[in-house]
Design a protein. Sequence first.
Length: 324
Amino acid sequence: TLTSAPSAASVAENPFLAGVLVPTGPRETAANGPVNTDRDFGQATATLTWDLGSAQLKSITAYSVLKDHVLNDEDSLDIDAFPAEGRSRARTFSQELNASATIGHVEGVVGAFYMRDTNSSFYGYVFPLGINGLPVPGSQLTFEARPSTAKTLAVFTDITARVSDRLRILGGIRFSRDDITLVQRNSYSWGPTALESLCSVTASTKFDSTTPRLGVQYDVSDDSNLYATYSKGFKAGGFSGAGCDEAYNPEKLTSYEFGWKNRLAGGSAMLNVTAFYYDYTNLQLSQTIGLASFIANAAKAEVKGVEVEALAARTWKHPTTGES
């Protein structure tokens, strides 16, 4: 998308840019082509719980289907430089089984989780006027992933131990494995002819992670508590569909959080204050190069912040009936 007048060099490479109307202000566009998204989404879930007295077993099952069809005028100019069309279909199944119990002063949950996601996608450009690299009018460039699959298998446990009436120790850990496979085909055509392959690859990778959580919580009073937590997070890596076997690394997070939670006015008001610090390694970012979007890793990133949350509820009585 152009935001300034094209240079002489770019006009020399793409003559159709001469005399185009370029939007230069914020929230301005000169797009002349269709821009539309048609999305269908369906989901089914089932939760079953067995009460065993001192323990509880739970099964959580979910299945979803997502379909997208998009039309984009990606040049945002008053000419048809490179309109785009995309289609995708994703199916996701997940199953969690967990057991929770209270034994003396210890409350805990242990469980296992499985997910399988299958995604087929297509994104293609047509160049009615040609473009540098594919100068013949009617040339095309397409990116396909048919299909890509991601599987996650994890086991986890989380425990809260009461040291005293006011002090609790929190702890948990999760072990997970992510298996990712991409079947990828990128193609082009020289004018309005049959597509030819730029690359056709099948790539796969696996990631193992261990993410712990530790914390402490202290009740200052029946309506106020202080807490501090340390935890680690993990987001699997994978492959950018626009490139040819373009892999990116998993994102890792170390989180520190300190907070103060309060119930006020007999429980009709709430005031929470939280300070947090997030330390990222290999932060995953979206990056656009030419017409293609990639996932890239930033080596490090930090987030520091304070959050204040307040809530107040008021009971209203009907002036005639007196009902709340």
